[in-house]
Write a protein that binds this ligand. Structure first.
Ligand code: SF4
Length: 99
């Protein structure tokens, strides 16, 4: 079996608390991955013809450092990296080199 897309739930923490949430995400729900775990999954899929990776949650901007590192790891493997956000993440101060 060949995998072309990979979706990674970085965290179940969310700024929302929606009754319809299929991920049962809410504030302080927990279940946040580590960079080592993300790297491990990506390494395990090395050799697959992945075309894109989706990073989401919960609200992935709640674990901004993990999100940034995961984007970098994913972008080294695939041409398309997507991030789903509910748009209600915490304020983020971007480093100057990203502007
Ligand atoms: S992940 Fe989406 S649906 Fe679930 S609680 Fe957060 S905003 Fe709501």
């Amino acid at each position: 079996m060949e995998l072309r897309r990979l979706d990674i739930i970085l965290t179940y923490n969310c700024t929302g608390c929606c009754a319809h949430c299929c991920y049962r995400a809410w504030p302080e729900q927990g279940g946040t991955m580590t960079v080592a775990e993300v790297a491990g999954y990506l390494e395990a899929l090395n050799g697959q013809p992945l075309e894109g990776i989706l990073l989401f949650g919960g609200e992935p901007f709640l674990c901004y450092d993990l999100l940034r590192e995961s984007i970098q790891l994913a972008a080294s493997l695939v041409p398309q990296v997507h991030v789903f956000t509910n748009g209600y993440g915490p304020p983020i101060r971007l480093p100057l080199d990203s502007c």
